[in-house]
Design a binder for this molecule. Sequence first.
Ligand SMILES: C[S@@+](CC[C@H](N)C(=O)[O-])C[C@H]1O[C@@H](n2cnc3c(N)ncnc32)[C@H](O)[C@@H]1O
Length: 225
Amino acid sequence: MKKTIDEHAARFSAAAASYDDEQDSREYLACADLVVEHAAPGPEDVVVDLGTGTGAIALALAPAADRVLGRDISEGMLAEARAKAADAGIDNVAFGEGRFREPDVGPHRDSVDVVTTNFAMHHLSDAEKREAIAVIAELNPRRFVLGDVMFFGTPDPSEPFYNPEVDDPATVGALVDALTDEGFVLTAVERVHDQVGVLVAERFGDASERVSVTEESDATAADAE
Ligand SMILES: C[S@@+](CC[C@H](N)C(=O)[O-])C[C@H]1O[C@@H](n2cnc3c(N)ncnc32)[C@H](O)[C@@H]1O
């Protein structure tokens, strides 16, 4: 992480009032649309949106889901999200403090069906992204949709979406490895730009059967003893 959590939170809180007006790039909008489209929650599903910001993804998914929890580190961004939910009369979404590696979903911890994130995980280092993906896997969703700045080719700071001073995007390969190590199967890879994409990761079977590769190999080793 190139900045501390507090620095990122302060940076986004300072920009919160004008954040939505500035998200007009074709790539950001395409990425957000793809995250919403692939998340595709059902009417009984609980969705967790991490790095929810002003709620672009959470609010778009709420009408299709039973409940949406938006989590972020920036109180300013969360205040904007809450105001938008109130204005739109959306009452099945709850915005609160939570981090990728501590999403704090309270009583919903055993009932999360879909996890989403858009344009947020690239603030974490690759090691922190791995930790975050392990925490997301522990929530046991059947689907995790990760839209973000990610490198399909060689990192290029002169291209949009990657500012090395504040951003720490991963290669697509590193993200795929981290996801598959946690037992996810990649069911879609959407390249929006050479530095922006959406990965759709799913785990199959009943909730009790969805385990990480590490857990599975521990169990196999124990069986062999
Ligand atoms: C570029 S905004 C994206 C917001 C929203 N997902 C969207 O699509 O518009 C990134 C958000 O990630 C949040 N963020 C950064 N680091 C985070 C972390 N470790 N845990 C949770 N949220 C984080 C920031 O506060 C900010 O609101």
